[in-house]
Design a protein around this ligand. Sequence first.
Ligand code: PSU
Ligand code: MN
Length: 300
Amino acid sequence: MDLHLADEVRAAIECGMPVVALESTVIAHGLPYPENIRTAMRCEAAIRGSGAVPATIALIGGEIRIGLSAAEIEALGSTDKARKISQKDLAIAAAMRLDAATTVSGTAALAHKAGIRVFATGGIGGVHRGDGSDVSGDLPTLARTPITVVCSGAKVILDLPRTREWLETFGVAVLGWETDELPAFYSRRSGLPVDQAVTSAAEVAAIAMARDELGYEAALLVGVPVPAEFELPREEVEAVVSEAIAAANEEGVRGKALTPFLLSRMASVSEGRTLAANIALLENNARVAGKIATAMSETA
Ligand code: PSU
Ligand code: MN
């Protein structure tokens, strides 16, 4: 299966220049139009501002694309036809020549295969609330993919303590960017510990390289808190989440439709404040990921 790398991304990988992968599910299913397109472009700009090359990943007509043009991002953000796919669906989407947006799971797998070492997103998937039978495909992919994922923790619609335990059990090391707690997406703190607080991109790069030298195959997760001015208080978030989950139960929304449903419901209930926080943390995570990728290529 060929990976189609954008020229700029291919050149950067070949010369050991820093590259940061971005997912496309957040564009196609996570944010409303037109904020999705604007945010995707701002994340790319933030990565460039940190000295790295952005590579947004998606499938177009079944072709695995590592690095999209602005026009391709625009197209992906304007259609509701792109399927949301995780790692398990990659073969299906490629063989069936589908247009598809990759989740954290699908993006991490493809980025690693392309030789990209850092990936930025908003919040990873995890163990959903309730009986725990809905567990995101993001988690098992992270447990077997040696890449560095920069995020603001897991999405707050999830059962965060169980998601944290899952990462512990399956050996995904969790770092806190200037914090000793795993961020809680819209909120800076979760009360859940990280394995190590870090204060610089060089520290993350050193840990990632030590992981590689040890031949350890799991991802390194870097939790970056949402910028303080966009933070929502946890109690307010809980109220919004409960409302959204109740609505999902009432409407019988399940499976992969659940996360997009909850995100959009919360945005309307909070009058756009969850959306503003989501956009701010995505852009900030992209900026931090760019710094980490730059530190990695300086020390490689
Ligand atoms: N983070 C965001 N918005 C999103 C997502 C993450 O800020 O829309 C997406 C990611 O692509 C993640 C997916 O992989 O939600 C998880 O969905 P699920 O629970 O169905 O695995
Ligand atoms: Mn899910």
